[in-house]
Ligand binder design. Structure first.
Ligand code: ADP
Ligand code: MG
Length: 700
């Protein structure tokens, strides 16, 4: 029943199923496990006559809705009046003009927000709202679902309600838990009648998730230990010579990471190591040191990068350096000419290190003796892609694997969930690197402060002429949420404090295209171009290439520039609608600047006039990715009951990773379960379900 297609659920036809599929909800199981991301408690509304300042819930009809522009640009104010049979209060929303269209005048709604004195009058500020008849289905507590492709939270509620009778058929999953707990917990997660229900359901589901993760990671370690790799003996004098010839002094963190890697490669079992380091911490050099050692040991090395630009940057950065030591490096991307010749050289072993993109993965790219695979920005690759490369090793042997990522896994998480994965951390920046100065600012300031700041950047003399010297001044990234205006109302998913809004919050965003147009008007003598994920790869590469060489002054882009592009001459990044991004992503984006010697800046533009969120304030204060990752984990953990915790591909439904007691219990139970040996196979759903985690926590 659980693995049946989602169409089996009443009310889900082919069209809805298609949308759900895109959101990763394919089976009945997926549907049940699509847990609310939050709950809104509308219990115990007060009558309007009895309201007191503070957080309140009222129940009534709304009328007199209208939106106006504030004097300050880019701020819209939507107002209305909520009435019940005891009185009326004014409600106000900022930058949520869709509210005008949201309500039917003859229906009752709950409103939950802050009742406060503003400009001499009491008002209900930015309340969340829900149709009373919707909420009443599950008592006073209303689950909030993430919207997907036109399906709103309400639609999910309606659909899950239609599937109520199916919960009874959900079988047990874990042998370590009482029978029936799973189905009850899932039911209560969707239909809680009290806060306690939510807590209990969450407790079980968190345990289940931890059990699966830990089991996956333990099984992975077992699998990896069965594999054989080519052992590479450590050649101290050669490495010392190499290090001495580098144009800079290695950081201690780089030394430690390289040493970890050398020790791994001396072993018979393949290395399975993740190299984590904040943007700019110098991962590429560690990769080069690993590659050098592997080649000395008679092996070929493949370095896989997610984009052509990155592959080229690596090639230019480490190719010549390794060349001095007799290492033959080649670049293989979609644009490579004479591919057949190059592939012949790879096959015959005439090339030692191949740096490339997906072009490396094609079946006709064969190696003579591939013994080390390095994957940059590993979360950008699917499991199949990684595996494809691993399989290119000569028969019977597995290559060593070094995966690199700039997405920090919080330390608390490393110790628990990834306890079986080998991790090296670059927690130290190369000397001379300047921290990026970060400022939160309301968009309204743009004319007075931001534009002059931008002009100043573009008038500065170019920084490092690393990838081209066409720059007239220093350069700017401008990040937008949406590509064009049709997508500009995409729901806002950042896990902000306002996430409790039942009616799919949509902040007003300016699209890449519109922003480009405006900036061209503001800076008529500058070259402003745009970049987004829907462009053809060749187009994207052309724009990125032109930006890297300095031809473009301002690059307006969606988050596609997030991947480790290195343009040291770009020294300002403006992130519009900053409040709609997660902390980790903002930090990643900020890492696009601060890569040269000039002081760099990051402007976080917020749209509302509310106090900036804790996330933004933390970002303003700190440049430390690991610290921010911990903060992120904490903020999302207890704050959002069911936050979608994203760690690259690891999409945990429940932020339970800080619950050390629960982790300890799951660990004990997993050990017990592993004791069953072949008997584990009987738990089919569990064993097949953890494959998704196995593929994430292992690297090969
Ligand atoms: P990331 O970890 O983000 O991939 P990179 O490997 O791209 O970082 O390194 C960022 C920049 O720092 C590069 O230009 C690189 O040459 C330089 N770099 C790396 N290690 C050092 C070091 N020990 N001292 C000074 N500069 C370094
Ligand atoms: Mg990098």
């Amino acid at each position: 029943m659980l693995s049946s297609p989602v169409e089996e659920i009443k009310g889900i036809g082919p069209k809805t199923a298609e949308i759900l599929k895109k959101a990763g909800i394919k089976t009945v199981r997926d549907f049940f496990y699509n847990l609310p991301r939050d709950y809104e408690n509308f219990e115990a509304p007060t009558s309007i006559a009895a309201t007191r300042p503070g957080k309140i819930v009222v129940k009534g009809k709304i009328d007199s809705l209208s939106t106006r522009r504030a004097k300050r640009r880019n701020l819209s104010i939507t107002e209305g009046v909520v009435r019940d049979n005891t009185g009326a209060i004014k409600v106000v929303w900022f930058n949520q003009s869709y509210r005008v269209r949201q309500f039917s005048p003859d229906k009752d709604y709950y409103f939950k927000g802050t009742y406060e004195l503003k400009n001499g009058r009491f008002q209900l500020t930015s309340p969340s709202a829900a149709l009373v008849s919707d909420v009443e289905v599950g008592g006073g507590i209303s689950p909030v679902y993430v919207a997907h492709g036109g399906l709103k939270s309400n639609d999910f509620r309606r659909l899950i309600n239609g599937a109520r009778d199916k919960f009874a058929g959900i079988p047990d999953l874990l042998p370590t838990v009482q029978s029936g707990v799973r189905k009850n917990s899932l039911f209560k997660a969707h239909f809680p009648s009290s806060e306690q229900d939510i807590t209990n359901a969450r407790q079980y589901l968190a345990y289940e998730e931890l059990f699966e993760l830990l089991l996956a990671s333990r099984l992975n370690r077992r699998e990896n230990e069965k594999l054989n790799a080519v052992q590479v003996a450590f050649t101290a004098p050669k490495i010392r010579e190499f290090v001495n010839k580098l144009p800079f002094k290695l950081t201690n963190a780089q030394r430690r990471a390289a040493w970890d890697i050398y020790q791994d490669m001396e072993k018979k079992t393949p290395m399975n190591r993740l190299l984590q380091g904040d943007v700019g911490s110098g991962k590429t050099m560690v990769a080069a040191m690993a590659a050098y050692e592997a080649v000395l040991g008679g092996l070929q090395v493949a370095l896989l990068a997610p984009t052509a630009i990155l592959a080229e940057q690596h090639y230019e950065g480490i190719g010549p350096l390794l060349g001095k030591f007799g290492i033959r490096t080649a670049l293989l991307t979609g644009a490579t000419k004479k591919k057949p010749e190059l592939k012949k050289q790879i096959r015959s072993g005439e090339v030692d290190l191949v740096i490339g993109t997906h072009a490396l993965l094609t079946d006709d790219t064969e190696f003579d003796n591939l013994g080390l695979v390095i994957i940059d920005e590993q979360h950008r690759f699917g499991v199949e892609q990684r595996q494809k490369l691993m399989l290119k090793s000569p028969s019977g042997l597995a290559p060593h694997l070094l995966a690199m990522t700039a997405t920090p896994i919080p330390r608390s998480l490393q110790l628990t969930i990834f306890g079986d994965l080998d991790v090296s951390v670059l927690d130290e920046m190369p000397a001379g690197r300047q921290p990026v100065t970060t400022k939160i600012t309301a968009e309204i300031d743009s004319k007075e402060k931001l534009y002059p700041a931008m002009t100043a950047i573009m008038n500065r003399a170019p920084d490092a002429k690393k990838h081209g010297d066409k720059a007239r001044g220093q350069q700017i990234y401008w990040i937008c949420k949406a590509i064009d205006d049709t997508s500009a109302t995409a729901p806002n998913r950042g896990g902000s404090g306002k996430s409790g809004d039942v009616s799919a919050p949509q902040s007003e965003v300016t699209s890449v295209k519109k922003r480009t147009k405006r900036l061209r008007e503001v800076f008529p003598d500058k070259k402003v171009e745009f970049l987004h994920g829907k462009m053809k790869p060749a187009e994207k590469d052309a724009i990125m290439g032109a930006f890297a060489s300095g031809e473009i002054d301002i690059l307006v882009s969606t988050t596609v520039v997030e991947v480790g592009v290195d343009v040291p001459n770009a020294t300002l990044i403006v992130i519009e609608n900053a409040e709609s991004y997660g902390l980790a992503q903002l930090h990643q984006l900020r890492g696009r600047v601060g890569r040269g010697v000039s002081e760099s800046f990051c402007y976080l533009l917020t749209s509302g006039d509310e106090r900036p969120s804790r996330r933004l304030r933390e970002l303003e204060k700190s440049n430390d990715g690991f610290y921010l990752a911990e903060v992120d984990l904490k903020l999302r953990g207890p704050g959002e009951i069911y936050g979608a915790l994203q760690h690259g591909a690891l999409d945990l439904r429940i932020a339970s990773l800080t619950d050390t007691k629960l982790i300890a219990r799951a660990q004990r139970d997993v050990e017990k379960f592993l004791g069953l040996g072949d008997g584990m196979a009987k738990y089919e759903e569990l064993m097949s379900g953890i494959k998704k985690y196995q593929q994430i926590t292992t690297l090969n």
